[in-house]
Write a protein that binds this ligand. Structure first.
Ligand SMILES: Cc1ncc(COP(=O)(O)O)c(C=O)c1O
Length: 246
């Protein structure tokens, strides 16, 4: 029988995260930087709302974009936290986690050969999502000396005529880095100068401690060139519920 696996999948290395997770589990006094999973269960009011909803029989298809109630609530939430305005009617889509949102945005914006700059280390899915959509992931390094923030100079050095987007993931998995407003403004200025899209995965936005999270589309001029990705997995310990949005 021939091998039915596509070249695309065959060329993708398996995730190192699971391997590290298993190794860390056998060791004492080791902080696992493996799976991004909060160490508390979904809060009781959310559990109860889920149970009530199921018992009311709300188990059918919704609009492809997600329920109007959830999109409206997300719009209000983002406006309240970050003063960024999205029309719930046609600017927000509810997804099966940020995982699906990443797949959708890459499929929606990449043509074959388009390059996407990805600061590393990063969430394990970023590069494969770009490749699966026909794009080319371009890894750029981040350093301890910069608190693992990506710098404008590093991004600028990786830009070619084929660069289409920068994929930012801050607060960062796995480094925990949070971008300061100052450094983020320098990075977004590069995006503007080179007319690049920013895909901003802000799934850890509320897991910051004593420092500010900078929401990229809330920065001057950034709303129109940013796709904001967010989700419920981390902030609300809902990893198994699979709810996110773009
Ligand atoms: C940075 C980052 N983005 C996205 C995801 C996927 O999140 P979701 O559960 O919403 O699919 C993870 C999960 O670990 C993550 O760490």
């Amino acid at each position: 029988m021939r091998n039915f696996i596509s070249d695309r999948v065959a060329a993708t290395p398996p995730s190192g995260i699971r391997k590290f997770f298993d190794i860390a589990a056998t060791m004492k006094d080791v902080i696992s930087l493996g799976i991004g999973e909060p160490d508390f269960v979904t809060p009781q009011p959310i559990l109860q709302a889920g149970i009530d909803s199921l018992q009311r029989g709300e188990t059918a298809y919704t609009s492809n974009s997600g329920t109007a109630e959830l999109r409206t609530a997300l719009s209000q939430h983002l406006n309240k936290l970050y003063k960024v305005q999205y029309d719930p009617a046609d600017e927000i889509i509810v997804t099966v986690g940020v995982s699906e949102a990443l797949y959708l945005v890459m499929t929606a914006v990449l043509n074959p050969g388009d390059e996407v700059i990805i600061p590393e280390p990063s969430f394990v899915s970023y590069a494969p999502e770009v490749s699966f959509a026909g794009g080319v992931p371009v890894a750029v390094p981040t350093y301890v000396k910069d608190n693992f923030q990506v710098t404008a100079e590093t991004i600028e050095a990786a830009i070619t005529p084929k660069t289409k987007a920068i994929l930012l993931g801050y607060p960062n998995n796995p480094t925990g880095a949070v971008m300061t407003r100052e450094v983020m403004l320098e990075v977004t200025a590069v995006a503007e100068q080179h007319d690049l899209l920013i895909i901003s995965d802000e799934i850890y936005d509320r897991l910051v401690y004593g420092i500010e999270h900078v929401c990229v589309p809330a920065l001057p001029g950034m709303r129109e060139r940013t796709v904001l990705l967010g989700g419920f997995s981390k902030d609300y310990a809902m990893t198994g519920w699979r709810i996110g949005y773009a």
